[in-house]
Design a protein around this ligand. Structure first.
Ligand SMILES: [Zn+2]
Length: 59
């Protein structure tokens, strides 16, 4: 087994992990109702995705 030769400090470990966080996805405008919605998801306002109605939103 490969073994690390030197101990990495917690500061070094944390600096390495500073790039690992998830960033919030940018909202896009729905092509049907122009409301901001998440990309690659059925619109929560009108229920449309890829130009057709997938779900009917509740009142
Ligand atoms: Zn919509």
């Amino acid at each position: 087994m490969a073994m690390p030769k030197k101990h990495h400090s917690s500061a070094r470990r944390d600096r390495r992990r500073s790039h690992l966080g998830l960033k919030p996805s940018k909202p896009v405008l729905c092509a049907h109702c122009k409301q901001p919605t998440r990309p690659h998801r059925v619109c929560g306002n009108c229920g449309y995705y890829a130009g057709m109605e997938v779900t009917t939103p509740e009142e």
